[in-house]
Design a protein around this ligand. Structure first.
Ligand code: SF4
Length: 318
């Protein structure tokens, strides 16, 4: 294994202009703001945060589906910008949240899985058939299931198809964006186990996006916690779950550790102010919700503090 990281994000930033109607000037929304990380080959970086924190925008930039407003992405040591689309597809592939909407309902499973190979343009029919059969088998689907349409499969089987399609080009990196959140809990575990098995057997690297820390704990070697476009804590997984250092990470952990399913999200002291990427607070962007907020937090943005096992962005971290 070379020392080159599988994925590197350097100073990534992405802004959008959000329309406010005919007569008002559009608002500037900073979805991702100066994000830096590197993912060693063969490991899993879990990215967690609430809806709207910028994690899907980040995933789309890492996949080359969205251009950064600033910064750059390197995949396997090569700059993503300007890379040929087919070369990029051989290196990095996505698995999205909702397999039903990401699979063409009018095509049979085997044709859906073959599509990335067909798009390469230089693969023989025999090779396509061989690789499709190999991918079906890897994800635990039969040849007969390959002849069906997506509507004839269960949610878990459809997600297996999406994974088979991602693997058919034998990429080194897979970006999983909420790959289990549309599935029943029992099926979620099967898909997580399958992803873990594939990583081990094929030496894959994952960027694993989720709003659910419990899911990320199951798969990630390192975890990045995002809040309003920034990574506020990035630690080795075991250390983060044992001793979270950022107040936001602690609140997220408290909310997943609720013992009674169905009781709703417990009160973790964050109040009801929802984060708004079009209106980022001054100072520490988490300060309006932070239970540990003190004098400097409302006016001075915290610096990144290096820890033995990662980074945290909070005045209290030192
Ligand atoms: Fe809370 Fe202040 Fe730390 Fe921000 S810098 S997380 S407001 S204690």
């Amino acid at each position: 294994m070379s020392g080159v990281p599988a994925i590197e994000a350097r100073g990534l930033r992405r802004e959008f202009r959000a329309s406010q109607g005919l007569f008002a000037a559009p608002r500037r929304v900073v979805a991702v703001d100066d994000v830096n990380f590197s993912v060693p080959a063969g490991s899993v970086l879990g990215v967690v945060g609430e809806s709207g924190c910028g994690k899907t925008t980040l995933a789309r930039m890492i996949l080359g589906l969205l251009e950064p407003s600033a910064g750059e992405v390197l995949v396997d040591g090569k700059r993503l910008e300007g890379m040929d689309r087919r070369a990029r597809a051989r290196l990095i592939q996505p698995v999205f949240q909702d397999p039903f909407s990401s699979l063409n309902p009018r095509r049979r499973v085997r044709d859906i899985i073959a599509m990335p190979l067909v798009a390469q343009g230089d693969v023989t029919k025999a090779e396509i058939d061989r690789r499709v059969a190999e991918s079906l088998e890897r994800v635990g689907l039969s040849t007969e299931q390959g002849t069906r349409f997506p509507s004839q499969l269960s949610g878990g089987q459809r997600q297996r198809v999406a994974i088979a399609r991602a693997l058919v080009l034998r990429p080194r990196i897979v970006v999983c964006d909420e790959p289990t959140s549309a599935l029943d809990v029992s099926v979620q575990a099967q898909i997580l186990n399958l992803l873990a098995e594939l990583r081990r057997d094929l030496g894959l690297t994952y960027l694993f996006i989720s709003h659910n820390l419990a899911v990320v704990e199951h798969v990630a070697s390192e975890v990045a916690v995002m809040y309003l476009g920034r990574i506020v804590e990035r630690r080795e997984s075991e250390a983060l779950f044992r001793d979270p250092r950022h107040p936001y990470t602690r609140a997220l952990l408290d909310s997943v550790l609720t013992p009674e399913p169905g009781l709703g999200v417990p009160d973790v002291g964050l109040g009801d102010i929802m984060p708004d990427p079009a209106n980022i607070p001054p100072g520490c962007r988490f300060h309006p919700r932070c239970p540990a907020c003190f004098a400097p937090c409302a006016s001075t943005a915290p610096r990144i503090t290096s820890l033995e096992d990662g980074l945290v962005e909070c005045h209290l971290a030192g």
